[in-house]
Design a protein around this ligand. Structure first.
Ligand SMILES: [Zn+2]
Ligand SMILES: [Zn+2]
Length: 390
């Protein structure tokens, strides 16, 4: 008997409606208990318990990361994963709305059960810690957490609805200059000024900025600029992020940025030390067939949604690393009006608002309906993978 896709979709959206109150409470509980990357003990505990209570088999602490998890329901192919993020930001709490991401993932996973029961295949909810600061998914990708997936999806709260995300490749850089202290007035000629080396580096980077490709970004802060105004600074330090539209240009740009620091070291006589972060956030590869399915499903809920537009949100996300391995989407779902900036107190408030909960439940429904599309149609999975291999 042919699978009635529309009937299955009605049943998975009904599952989300039936759990609306539970999902809201879970989301608000995580929101009011913000935990930083790799310390998301309560959130991962609450999420995994909810999944277990709803029939999922849970493995905790996968990839040697105590707050990571993998929850699965069903067996065999296709294997469709929904990603959960649940880390907060220092000082700002859930100002990126990851409480909504994780609860949406759990809601979509549980709601997808009728599709798996009807058509087979597996639905996974993968708990991926530390998106903001440490690229948890990049680490998990290296440790093979995403091998054997047929598709991976997630939602991220935003101020617009979009089925795709433009996210840049990004790598962090720590820089130090070592100079020589001296009395800044009495004997300035014997000092080597490590702060000047840092300032020259910023100026060189600002000059470089005129001659880099569109969408590339270089930005940083000074974390040590000396001890006192009357001591020639013997040490300076800074943290930087270098971003580019693709991994190849990121490598090229990284060399140019290092040139700015070595030039400043030569000019001042200060000694340079630097270290690139072990983890690089990869650029996002959006699977357009998957994105179109998500658009149709969001539209069936009465939401206006499209593909991302130039200039819309140029952050970086570790979902990029997943998207290099598996056909993926990282959909943006509006929870606040345009003008509310992510990583602000206003966005944190939106992540606990009624509009936030509506974004969560709509996205959970659309993700679960997309699971129906994938699990009920093996040809669709093949098409998605063909696009990915191109
Ligand atoms: Zn964020
Ligand atoms: Zn985020």
């Amino acid at each position: 008997m042919a699978v009635d896709i529309e009937q299955l979709k009605a049943s998975v959206t009904g599952e989300v409606d039936a759990r609306r109150q539970q999902l809201k409470e879970l989301s608000l509980k995580i929101h009011s208990n913000p935990e930083l990357g790799f310390n998301e003990v309560k959130a991962s505990d609450w999420l995994t318990h909810y999944l277990e209570e709803n029939g999922f088999t849970v493995e905790r602490g996968i990839c040697e990361l105590p707050t990571a998890f993998r929850a699965s329901y069903g067996q065999g192919k296709p294997v469709i994963a929904i990603m959960a993020e649940y880390d907060a930001l220092p000082g700002l709490g859930h100002a990126c709305g990851h409480n909504l991401i994780s609860t949406c993932a759990v809601g979509a996973g549980v709601a997808s059960k009728p599709a798996v029961d009807r058509s087979g295949g597996s639905i996974l909810v993968i708990g991926t810690p530390a998106e903001e600061l440490y690229g948890g998914k990049a680490i998990m990708a290296k440790r093979k957490a995403f091998d054997n997936l047929d598709a991976a999806m997630m939602m991220h709260p935003a101020v617009y609805d979009s089925a795709t995300t433009q996210a840049l490749a990004c790598q962090a850089l720590e820089v130090e200059f070592f100079g020589k202290p001296a009395h800044a007035a009495g004997e300035p000629e014997v000092g080597i000024n490590a702060l000047e080396a840092m300032i020259q580096s910023f100026n060189a980077i600002n000059s470089l900025r005129q001659h880099i490709k569109d969408k590339a970004r270089i930005h940083g802060i000074i974390t040590d600029g000396g001890e006192a105004a009357n001591i020639v600074p013997a040490h300076s330090a800074g943290s930087f992020l270098v971003r580019a539209e693709d991994d190849a240009y990121l490598e090229e740009l990284k060399q140019k940025v290092i040139g700015c620091f070595t030039g400043a070291a030569t000019a001042t006589g200060a000694r340079l030390e630097y270290k690139w972060a072990d983890i690089c956030y990869a650029a996002m590869r959006n699977n357009l067939i998957l994105a179109q399915l998500f658009i149709q499903n969001m539209e069936s809920l009465g939401r206006k949604i499209k593909l991302s537009e130039p200039g819309e949100g140029f952050g970086s996300t570790d979902m990029g690393n997943v998207s290099q391995l598996v056909p993926s989407i990282h959909a943006m779902v509006a929870i606040a009006p345009k003008g509310v900036a992510p990583h602000s107190p206003q966005f944190a408030a939106a992540a606990a608002s009624d509009a936030g909960i509506r974004g969560l439940t709509d996205a959970a429904k659309a993700l679960a309906m997309t699971v129906v599309d994938l699990i009920s149609n093996p040809e669709v999975v093949t098409k998605i993978q063909d696009e990915f291999r191109k």
